[in-house]
Design a protein around this ligand. Structure first.
Ligand code: NIG
Ligand code: FE
Length: 389
């Protein structure tokens, strides 16, 4: 059996809670080594105590971090909306109305076209250090197109999410569409999905519709997550907390009661600062949420409309600069908390037994992710123990 030891790690981010006393939130270990056996981490510790292995890799004093866990993306789509982005940057507001444009283009694409497009985006993510990605449907909005979107996504990740309730498509009523989503569409989608999601917002689905859809999904064995409070105040965040969902995403417009509900429920608030960057909306109050005891994750929301970035490093830089998260909080939110938002305890933390998903940075410290915004710092990626970059 082949083992690999990565030595000469100047700064290792483990995220291991058992190392917090000495290593802080990130469980930092200086002058460290990691041993990888097959797809898992076999050993983590001081470089001077590293056991021997078949293959040795020298990190040359650079930093190693857990692979990013991007818990929110919409990669299954066709077409381009750069003109919509350009119009926004000259004063048009973001309304989510462009979703219908992408639906038309996605329905017209072949399975092969969708698959190769997702492959390209997943490779783009991997090259930037993302080793776990959640992928949603939501640009099909018919039984056939939602099921095939999820079948495509399933080729790239176990973390697939049925988002038939993205918007009500043209040519149907909200009542009829909710009946379709909770009936035949759910039946066709569920075999390909782990999660169910709803866009709970003015102009999409209200709280009662979202509750009915989420409960139907739960009855079919899916777990719930929610898009809420992105564009307006509303009851979505409280619904997510009431239902004990793993995560509620966006959380841009929150009342004091929403913050209290998040804190007491433990539902993770996933913040997507690339969206605010790309729509010129105000950023969510990450500092206020963390100070109130809310668990916060960061994700890209990579999609053709509100935010077409695949870069978790950009999200970290924005979180630090624009949302007053510390560099350590932001990296933790993009790794360990992303894993928690997907209810996963085998990724996001570098500890024996966990997935060997690691990123070697061309930098002496993880702080460079925010300190050097826009600079490609990923020098190597191991995914499930395999060097992939
Ligand atoms: O998460 N908010 C809803 N859905 C996506 C955007 C979809 C689009 O504009 O195409 C989001 O921001
Ligand atoms: Fe989204």
């Amino acid at each position: 059996m082949t083992t690999t030891v990565i030595t000469g790690i100047g700064e290792l981010v483990t995220n291991d809670p058992a190392r917090r006393e000495q290593g802080g939130l990130l469980g930092l270990l200086p002058d460290a080594a990691v041993v990888v056996e097959r797809s898992r981490i076999a050993w983590v510790g001081p470089g001077a105590e590293a056991p021997d292995a078949d293959v040795r890799v020298d990190a040359g004093g650079r930093a190693v971090i857990p692979g990013f866990v991007d818990s929110h993306s919409h990669l299954v789509f066709a077409g381009d909306r750069s003109a919509e982005f350009e119009a926004r940057m000259t004063g048009e507001p973001y309304t989510a109305g462009g979703i219908r444009t992408t639906v038309a283009r996605t329905r017209a694409a072949t399975d092969e076209q969708l698959t190769s497009h997702v492959a390209r985006l997943v490779a783009e993510m991997r090259g930037q250090g993302t080793t776990t990605v959640e992928i949603k449907s939501g640009y099909g909005l018919s039984v056939h197109d939602e099921a095939r979107s999820l079948a495509v996504a399933r080729q790239f990740t176990d973390e697939t999410t049925f988002l038939g309730a993205h918007v009500v498509p043209d040519g149907t009523t909200p009542e009829d569409y909710v009946a379709l989503v909770t009936g035949p569409m759910l039946a066709a989608a569920a075999p390909h999905a782990r999660w169910i999601d709803v866009f709970c917002e003015d102009g999409a689905f209200d709280v009662d519709e979202a509750r009915a859809i989420l409960l139907a999904g739960t009855d079919s064995g899916l777990r719930g997550r929610l898009h809420a409070n992105q564009l307006t105040y509303g009851g979505g965040v409280q619904l997510a907390c009431e239902l004990g969902l793993a995560a509620v995403d966006h959380c841009t417009f929150l009342s004091g009661d929403d913050v209290s509900a998040l804190e007491s429920s433990g539902t993770i608030a996933t913040l997507l600062p690339g969206v605010e960057f790309s729509t010129r909306q105000p950023y969510p109050d990450a500092r206020g949420l963390i100070d109130a005891g809310v668990r916060v994750a960061l994700a890209s929301d990579c999609n053709p409309g509100s935010c077409f970035t695949s870069s978790m490093a950009l999200c970290i830089a924005l979180a630090v600069r624009e949302m007053r998260m510390s560099p350590a909080e932001a990296l933790h939110a993009a790794t360990a908390m992303g894993a928690a938002a997907l209810d996963r305890d085998d990724v996001g933390v570098l500890a024996p037994g966990n997935a060997a998903d690691l990123v070697l940075l061309d930098a002496p410290s993880y702080v460079h992710l925010a300190y050097r915004p826009g600079v490609p710092l990923v020098a190597g990626v191991w995914q499930a123990g395999r060097p992939v970059v």
